[in-house]
Write a protein that binds this ligand. Sequence first.
Ligand code: CUA
Length: 161
Amino acid sequence: MHIHRYERAWIYFSVGLVVVFFLAVFTAAFAGGIRLPGPQGEVNPADLSSTDFANPGVRELSPGSYEAYIVAQIWQWTPNEIRIPAGSQLSLYLTSRDVQHGFKVENTDINLMVVPGQISHATRVFNRPGEYLIVCHEFCGAQHQTMAGKIIVEAAPTPAP
Ligand code: CUA
């Protein structure tokens, strides 16, 4: 079968492009550590009292390791302020009491859907001190744009001279 050389060139180019795309995906997944967040578990959104979400807040697990349980409901995050020292690992667990919300932490790769009945989870190390704005990025009603919070990463205290 005769294939015109331009046709052949485009076939090679197309196959090459697919290979490049696959390599890009694998590089992102394995070298860049980029993962799709998956559901972490289920809860009854009407009764969070017997779950870890009964007392939302930040807990220190060990020095440098924290977990935060956050409940979303229109139009607030509880808690809406999380304070950790720089260099800490923060494990976030979220669920919603009512409708679907979106949890995005500015200048990080944390971007989760917060769905009633499901637990969303993300873990990240915060090395750079500063304030990281949390916004709801899923339209959840009239005051959606006011649904915000922050993660405050405090600089390690300078050792006494
Ligand atoms: Cu919650 Cu928008």
